[in-house]
Design a protein around this ligand. Structure first.
Ligand code: BGC
Length: 267
């Protein structure tokens, strides 16, 4: 129970990696705010599992607090929504200690065919949303003199090129530098900022690839550990970074990719 007494907001937690993170943080004792945009049923499912993972209820002055989780609809691509999401989370639990910027999207298109709308959609959710969610969180942390933790779910593509996903790569490369910059700027307040960079994890973002046996086989050949990752392969690391065991870690990216990033082999 490393996160007892902490409150965490996990963006994009109605499915995939975000859902696993929400459940894992709850299992570690945190109260969790779940966020969804287009999948309220998924958010309900996360909420049910968060409550189940919450373990025994805590008794505060005779009041038994079973309210381990709470769910808010918000589009991370819209700054107004982003601010409302963070403010509502703080108001609901009276504090916010951990922000996991997980929500992310990608659009497949050759560079010369990508539209302005696609570019905006990807950059707005993956980078602008993270920027302003973190800003709202940091204002609260500084006001309350709380040394909080910010964890961004980036991607191996903050380093690795990904042809046909130029906007996605630009957003994740931007996220890498945002993390480094904020780690330095926020360190005087005791706030830490880190990136987790998953490789190929079996989630809805990958559904097309998972249904294409040829592409899937080619991808698996590139992964030294020989399998796709599962959301639970990522959530344990996030729980660690959110805990006091990670107090001296900031500005770093941690790859969770089965060895994919460094697997260049000359045949
Ligand atoms: C992308 C996936 C891709 C994986 C490995 C992730 O960031 O979202 O679509 O399969 O990287 O390339």
């Amino acid at each position: 129970m490393r996160l007892k007494g902490k409150v965490a907001l996990v963006t994009g937690s109605s499915q995939g990696i975000g859902q696993a993170i929400a459940i894992r943080l709850a299992a570690e004792g945190a109260k969790v705010v779940i966020n969804y945009r287009s999948n309220p049923a998924g958010a309900e499912e996360t909420l049910a599992q968060v409550r189940a993972a919450g373990g025994e209820c805590q008794s505060v002055e005779g009041y038994c607090d079973n309210d381990k989780g709470y769910s808010i609809g918000a589009d991370l691509g819209m700054v107004e929504d982003v601010r409302r999401l963070v403010d509502e989370s703080i108001n609901h639990y009276g504090q916010l200690d951990i922000l996991v910027n997980n929500a992310g999207i990608e659009k497949h298109a050759p560079f010369w065919e990508a539209t302005e709308a696609e570019f905006d959609a990807v950059l707005n959710v993956n980078l602008k949303g993270v920027f302003f969610a973190t800003q709202a969180m940091v204002k609260h942390l500084i006001e309350t003199q709380n040394p909080g933790k910010i964890i961004n779910i980036s991607s191996v593509h903050e380093e690795l090129p990904f042809p046909n996903f130029a906007a996605y790569c630009a957003s994740k490369g931007g996220l890498k530098m945002l993390t480094r910059n904020l780690a330095v700027e926020l360190a005087p307040y005791g706030i830490t900022v880190n990136n987790v960079a998953p490789g190929a994890i079996e989630t809805p973002i990958n559904s097309k690839l998972l249904n294409d046996p040829e592409k899937l086989a080619a991808l698996l050949k590139n992964i030294p550990l020989g399998r796709l990752g599962q959301p639970q392969d990522v959530s344990g690391l996030v729980a660690f970074l959110a805990s006091e065991d990670a107090n001296y870690i900031t500005g770093s990216t941690f790859f969770v990719d089965g060895g994919l990033t460094w697997n260049y082999q000359e045949q």
